[in-house]
Design a protein around this ligand. Structure first.
Ligand code: AN7
Length: 364
């Protein structure tokens, strides 16, 4: 029988490119190694000869890309002797931090905007047993408070201002190059705090650079395209936003924490930032579900929404190979999904063979 090595998470897989020691205790839930799915129907539907892949990060252990960063951040927090972690969150970071804290046997505090996170994310965070602190303010206010309180209490911040988060998340770019054999021509991402676009750019550039310990894996770098929701688009407006608003609550962020890093990624890759309306975002989310069988959350679909606009205008040309990151799972935000499908009425009938037969024949 062939022997196989059990997959035990991204730190183990990319250990030689991450800041962990041989005896570091790894806090992992087998995150990473997410599918890179080639779209089959949407390119045909839009009549474009393009090769589009989605990196479905919604299939991580807590349902979002945050797990990549959290395995590193919590591993390093525990290594440093920390007994508690803290974050501000629009939902996914809180769920991820809560889960990895359980795994490590430490405490998690999460600050969330009252009533403005998707129900599934709240449910997860409650189930994992984190200490939830709801604030009468948005993510940006929560982030400021987290930064201040960390100076006064023994807690490690696990938002993406923690550099270990970025190191964990850069492995998504490694996986893409390992799988495709090279970097894509374009990489499209939703942008909130801009930690993820920073992390992907770090991953791609590390894979394309010779260092003392590694030969470059590829010569190629992608053009980075960062898309925001129009009501929460500081990178498009060129300044921080006071009251960000969008249906995509995950990216309802007005003061991105990785501002300079993200501008650097845009400039070095010769990429751009653009904004999509809530309608465009929801449309892209529904397209992925109804034409490809891929259910991501609204914020995640911003990457495809932006791509569709740039393909339509020709800014991204035919013949391109493109990767869109789908950052989170659609199941997290059931309310939005059900609201999106309010016109597709489920039928309610008698529990009889005749009634079921009629229901089927009526809709064929
Ligand atoms: C699904 O959970 O900021 O640009 O507190 O949950 O790296 O911030 C979430 C962000 C995109 C934006 N898609 O990523 C949080 C939080 C989803 C997200 C983003 C988030 P960044």
């Amino acid at each position: 029988m062939a022997t196989q090595t059990r997959y035990t998470g991204l730190i183990e897989r990319y250990r030689d490119r991450l800041p962990v020691a041989a005896n570091t205790r790894l806090i992992s839930l087998c995150e990473g190694r997410t599918p890179l799915i080639q779209l089959q129907n949407i390119p045909r539907l839009i009549g474009k000869d393009v090769d589009i892949y989605v990196k479905f990060e919604g299939l991580n252990p807590t349902g979002s890309f945050k797990d990549r960063g959290m395995t590193m951040a919590v591993t390093k927090a525990v290594e440093a002797g920390s007994q508690a972690i803290i974050c501000a969150s629009t939902g996914n970071t809180s769920a991820s931090a809560a889960a990895y804290a359980v795994r490590a046997g430490i405490k998690a505090f999460v600050l969330i905007p009252d009533g403005k996170i998707a129900l599934g994310k709240l449910a997860q965070t409650l189930m994992y047993g984190a200490q939830i602190i709801q604030i009468n303010g948005n993510f940006d206010a929560g982030m400021q408070l987290v930064k201040q309180v960390a100076d006064h209490a023994p807690v490690t911040i696990v938002n993406s201002i923690n550099p270990f988060r970025i190191d964990g998340q850069k492995t998504a770019a490694f996986e893409i190059v390992d799988e495709l054999g090279d970097a894509p021509d374009y990489h499209c991402l939703p942008v909130g705090n801009a930690g993820n676009i920073t992390a992907y750019w770090k991953g791609y550039t590390e894979y394309a650079t010779d260092s003392a310990t590694h030969k470059a894996v590829t010569q190629k770098l992608p053009i980075m395209c960062g898309y925001q929701a129009s009501g929460a688009a500081p990178f498009v407006q060129g300044k921080m936003i006071e009251n960000p608003e969008t249906v995509a609550t995950a990216i309802r962020i007005g003061s991105p924490q990785s501002w300079d890093f993200a501008w650097n990624a845009q400039k070095e890759s010769k990429g751009w930032f653009d904004a999509c309306t809530d309608t465009e975002i929801l449309h892209a989310q529904k397209m992925l579900s109804q034409y490809e069988g891929i259910f991501c959350e609204p914020a995640s679909a911003t990457s495809l929404a932006g791509l569709l606009k740039d393909l339509a205008s020709g800014k991204i040309p035919e013949g391109s190979r493109i990767v869109c990151t789908l950052t989170g799972n659609g199941i997290k935000d059931a309310d939005i999904a059900i609201a999106q499908c309010k016109d597709s009425h489920p039928v309610t009938i008698d529990a009889s063979l005749d009634a079921v037969k009629k229901a089927i024949l009526d809709s064929l």
